[in-house]
Design a protein around this ligand. Structure first.
Ligand code: HSE
Length: 337
């Protein structure tokens, strides 16, 4: 399977690392031989139709900062749309930073790939939160696979879980912690009394915060995930502007300490149902399934047959998020075969 990776930040590098780590496993278990034929970042591209070396891609990015400096096959300044036009491939992995104003350039990348008959896997929330129906229709019209498990909850299985494991159930609502950065900040503030600024900085250094961390702390990232869940799982054709959003930037250390004294924790909770689309700080009891710490995400799906089902997992992180991307790639491979 020939793969193009657009975006080579934490998630893109995680995908290259996972492909490198799991090569033998993928071949022996699924007869899948993923070849990264092109990678783009802001500096340009690295392109090789026989497959780029994953370790050299990672070394180039960490050592030189620019993928276009990949030995021999780097092309400074080459544009991502041009790469999609000129390179032969099967599957686009779109992992550029999320833009919440117009979802670009991701939206154009995805549409171009689909119109060219290519399957798409993305972790990018922007275009899904702004134009979910357009992208889903485009996939259908062009008869291609469009998978985005990594866009909600990183390594926490939720979309494919809802569609496959809960296939016979009607899902009424989803309620949960959907942002790893804010959960990390709030847990550190509660447990160690660390400051908001310091923990946000740590989250950025760990590569879990968005390129623009405003999206995390003001609740926009969680709101994007609520929109994706509402469309994909609850069949509600909503967009980002339909979500009521309040973030955590006004939560003080004093209010966290006060809640703690009462056996409560402040968490940023998202809710999606036909009656509510909302992200806001709420109180949960210490010891409840929502009292998860660090970068963990958690979500409860309320269903007609199975009652409530709760999933939990790492909501952010390079290899963690790549685990969801590789699972989408395997699923596409199985269908295509
Ligand atoms: N910034 C996001 C988070 C990354 O902290 O959850 C995963 O979507």
């Amino acid at each position: 399977m020939k793969i193009i990776i657009l975006g080579f930040g934490a998630v893109g590098q995680g995908v290259a690392r996972v492909i490198s780590m799991k090569k033998d496993y993928l071949r022996s278990k699924y007869n899948l031989n993923p070849k990264i034929v092109a990678v783009c970042d802001r500096s340009g591209a690295a392109i090789h139709e026989d497959g780029l070396d994953e370790e050299l891609l990672l070394e180039t990015k960490t050592g030189k900062g620019k993928i276009s400096l990949y030995p021999e096959y780097g092309i400074p300044g080459m544009d991502s749309l041009q790469v999609l036009d000129e390179i032969e491939y099967d599957c686009l992995v779109e992992v550029t930073p999320t833009d919440i104003d117009d979802g670009e350039p991701t939206r154009s990348h995805i549409i171009k790939a689909m119109e060219g008959g290519k399957d798409v896997v993305t972790s990018n929330k922007g275009p899904l939160a702004l134009s979910f129906q357009e992208l889903a229709d485009c996939a259908k019209t062009n008869n291609v696979e469009f998978k985005f498990e990594a866009s909600v909850g990183g390594a926490m299985p939720i979309l494919n879980f809802a569609h496959e494991n809960l296939a016979g159930c009607h899902i009424e609502s989803i309620y949960g912690i959907l942002n790893g950065t804010t959960n990390y900040i709030l847990s550190r503030m509660a447990n160690e009394g660390s400051s908001y600024e310091q923990t946000l900085k740590e989250a950025q250094e760990m590569g879990i915060a968005e390129t623009d961390p405003y999206q995390d702390v003001e609740g926009v990232d969680a709101a994007c995930k609520i929109v994706i869940l509402a469309n994909s799982v609850l069949n509600l054709p909503v967009t980002l502007k339909d979500v009521e959003v309040e973030g955590i930037s006004r939560i003080t250390s004093e209010s966290i300490a006060l809640a703690k004294k009462e056996g409560l924790l402040i968490k940023l909770i998202g809710e999606a149902s036909p009656n509510a689309l909302e992200v806001s700080p709420r109180l949960v009891s210490q010891g409840s399934p929502f009292a998860v710490e660090g970068t963990l995400n958690v979500a409860t799906l309320k269903t007609d047959l199975a009652d409530e089902v709760t999933v939990v997992g790492k909501g952010a992180g390079s290899v963690e998020t790549a685990s969801a991307i590789i699972s989408d790639i395997i699923s596409i491979w199985k269908r295509r075969r």
